[in-house]
Design a protein around this ligand. Structure first.
Ligand SMILES: Cc1ncc(COP(=O)(O)O)c(C=O)c1O
Length: 418
């Protein structure tokens, strides 16, 4: 094995190597944005937004799509439209972005963190089953990294109970679950179009649902509690402004043109990395969340588990050596979400005093919620950025070679650090 870059070898990828950039735009984007600029529909109710909603619904196979201004707003609007509030509990995976949980705190409900499956890194239905109480009103399944969460398993756990299933599809544009886009097997799905996402307009989001009532309520809640066809200054609900602009929608139309070919490339490169990296000691790529022939992973962040006991090199040293080979990689989240100061210090608006005040009678004690699998994964995760998955097969082979080189030289790299 050749010498690792950290020990003076030639890096697999030079400092000037050009990885696919992100975000990407295409030839039609400039015209669409200029059309909006030259027109008089910049804000709500634009033709660009209506067209995007219609086309995105068609792409997902969803009955209704409501474009909004962030993925966070999409989640909050779903939780509000389901009527969840103080005294209720919502089960959320402890390995996720903070917005999957703050949408629950926003309405004064309690977040119950569930552990993840050690192979798929998605919410574990068996652990969810243990955490259901009479207060449970919903479960938020995050398709982490675009890998489908076990929706059928979660529906089995829910059974006949009145518990809604919500999909956090912030990473799942282009994902197919049993042949359908997100939003089909749940009450609703929330997408994000923030700048790092596989479809983006800088900032944006959308709700996809089959539920007319949920769609109409969320529609009212995202625009000051108005009702279609009613007077402009009539407000029927407590609600904010979560609307998307025409300019953002114009950008999303171009993203929609590219999502399918890009998803196919990411999928094929992701499958290649899964196969090749699994052959290397100490590495376990995120396993498929579902084996149905019509299920397709979307691949947002590419994730794997790195076991430093097997390689003899700890994760920090592994990441440093891989970065020196020109492979951008990171450790991901530092700890399960319930360990964030937000939860341990109870810095909630509904507690009315930042970091203080007596616990509300129905408020969970976040310090007592243990999710050991998520904890271990936080210590072992390695993330690669999704634009890599748009690179060539030769570059993917380079990533595999770089990882293999680091692991083969683990002993020498360890000595260098001690
Ligand atoms: C899993 C997950 N859910 C929700 C969000 C929130 O989306 P946004 O940033 O568009 O508000 C993000 C990321 O930003 C995310 O990664």
């Amino acid at each position: 094995m050749s010498k690792p870059a950290l020990l003076g070898g030639k890096p697999v990828f030079s400092k000037t190597h050009r990885w696919p950039r992100w975000p990407q735009s295409g030839s039609g984007d400039r015209k669409r944005v200029l059309d909006v600029l030259d027109g008089d529909e910049w804000g709500m109710g634009s033709r660009a937004t209506a067209e995007f909603a219609r086309r995105f619904a068609g792409y997902l196979g969803a009955k209704y799509v409501l474009p909004v201004n962030t993925g966070t707003a999409a989640l909050e609007l779903i939780v509000k439209a389901l009527g969840i509030g103080p005294g209720d509990e919502v089960i959320v995976p402890s390995y996720t972005f903070v917005a999957s949980a703050t949408c629950v705190l926003e309405v004064g409900a309690g977040v119950i963190f569930a552990d993840i499956d050690p192979r798929t890194f998605n919410i574990d239905p068996e652990d969810v089953a243990r955490r259901i109480t009479p207060r449970t009103r919903a479960i938020i399944a995050v398709h982490f990294g675009g890998n489908p969460a076990d929706l059928i398993g979660l529906r089995g756990v829910i059974g006949k109970r009145n518990i809604a299933l919500i999909e956090d599809a912030a990473h799942a544009h282009g994902m197919l679950y049993h042949g359908h886009g997100a939003g089909r097997f749940s009450a609703a799905a929330a997408f994000s179009f923030q700048s790092s996402k596989n479809m983006t307009c800088g900032e944006g989001g959308a709700i996809a649902t089959r539920d007319k009532k949920l769609f109409e309520l969320a529609g009212s809640f995202h625009s000051f509690g108005r009702k279609p066809g009613k007077a402009w200054y009539q407000h029927y609900y407590l609600a904010w402004n979560d609307r998307i602009s025409a300019m953002q929608s114009a950008l999303l139309l171009g993203q929609l043109d590219r999502i399918e070919p890009q998803t196919r490339t990411r999928f094929s490169n992701g499958a290649f990395l899964n196969r090749e990296l699994a052959k290397i000691r100490g590495l376990s790529p995120q396993a498929d969340g579902d084996s149905h022939p019509d299920t397709r992973r979307a691949y947002h962040v590419y994730m794997l588990r790195y076991d430093g006991r097997e390689t003899g090199l700890d994760r920090a040293a592994f990441l440093e050596a891989l970065q020196a080979e020109g492979v951008g990689c990171s450790p991901g989240y530092p700890a399960p979400l319930q360990e964030a100061h937000l939860f341990t210090g109870r810095r909630f608006w509904h507690a009315h005093r930042l970091g203080g005040g007596p616990r509300l009678s129905h408020e969970p004690d976040y310090r007592k919620m243990k999710t050991p699998v998520a904890k271990t994964y936080c210590d072992e995760a390695v993330w690669l950025p999704h634009p890599y998955l748009l690179a060539s097969r030769k570059e993917m082979q380079g990533v595999v070679d770089a990882v293999a080189r680091v692991v083969e030289n683990a002993g020498t790299l360890r000595k260098r650090r001690s």
